[in-house]
Design a protein around this ligand. Structure first.
Ligand SMILES: NC(=O)c1ccc[n+]([C@@H]2O[C@H](COP(=O)([O-])OP(=O)(O)OC[C@H]3O[C@@H](n4cnc5c(N)ncnc54)[C@H](OP(=O)(O)O)[C@@H]3O)[C@@H](O)[C@H]2O)c1
Length: 231
């Protein structure tokens, strides 16, 4: 069996980094994507093997360059994990046009650009997966987080439709919807958040691993994963 290749966005820290560790431990070759090359280099140094492809996933030209790196290096791709994201907390009247556009771009458009660009390479896989890290907010709704909720709900809708579109080709497309996770994003957005109600990034990575190891022709609907102490 040839070595599987996983492209992981937001891989410099948090959930993306945990996914890279988990998949690399299974012998999958991770391609680490994010804006800050130094963070990606740090994660690569922690792993037995990895390729660094710095890119802003909201920028079509940078995404194209990143995908060219994958094409030139591997010629195919097996797994895309869209974990790049940005939390944004503000009530509606304090959400500017620029905030709305940025939050939608990073949490939604980035996944679209990456999935569309990588699709020709994923088609060459024996068992391809696209996993989009959405959020519980997409399914539940919370106050003072409307732009982020809209983006993540959009990501769930994008995932459901793409899953139908790619069904005949047996490329699975699944959204994971975590509740609060112990990552730099969480503590930057909500420093006083209750530490008892977060789950670990490694737990989310285990769900990613479960999905990508399903037998070909098998898939799942979106998964909500959260602490039992969070509502
Ligand atoms: N933590 C939570 O409680 C939680 C809960 C539910 C869902 N999520 C979702 O899970 C995903 C991962 O979150 P996390 O908690 O691991 O966040 P994190 O610790 O902030 O990591 C997010 C990563 O995304 C990268 N990134 C941000 N904007 C980017 C862009 N435009 N292009 C490329 N990379 C970009 C960041 O690196 P650079 O700044 O270097 O680009 C960073 O490494 C996100 O989609 C988030 O919305 C998180």
């Amino acid at each position: 069996m040839t070595q599987r290749v996983a492209i992981i966005t937001g891989a410099g820290q948090g959930i993306g980094r945990a996914v890279a560790h988990n998949l690399a431990a299974q012998g999958v070759h991770p391609v680490l994507v994010g804006r800050t090359k130094a963070k990606l280099d740090q994660v690569a140094a922690e792993l037995p093997m990895a390729t660094v492809a710095a890119a802003d996933v909201t920028d079509a030209a940078q995404v194209a360059a990143c995908i060219k790196t994958v094409q030139d290096t591997f010629g195919c791709a097996d797994i895309l994990v869209n974990s790049a994201g940005e939390a944004f907390l503000a009530d509606l009247e304090h959400t500017t046009d620029a905030d709305w556009d940025r939050v939608l771009a990073i949490n939604l458009k980035g996944a679209f650009l990456m999935a569309r660009g990588l699709l020709p390479l994923l088609r060459k896989s024996e068992n391809a997966s696209i996993i989009n890290i959405a959020s519980k907010v997409a399914l539940h709704g919370y106050g003072e987080v409307t732009a982020y909720s809209a983006a993540k709900a959009g990501l769930v809708g994008f995932t459901r439709s793409l899953a139908k579109e790619l069904r005949e080709e047996e490329i699975r497309v699944v959204a994971l919807c975590p509740g609060p996770v112990d990552t730099p994003m969480r503590w930057a957005a909500t420093p006083d958040f209750d530490r008892k109600v977060v789950i670990s990034a490694e737990t989310v990575a285990q769900y990613v691993s479960y999905v990508v190891n399903l037998p070909r022709g098998t898939t799942m609907s979106e998964l909500l994963v959260e602490s039992m102490h969070y509502d």
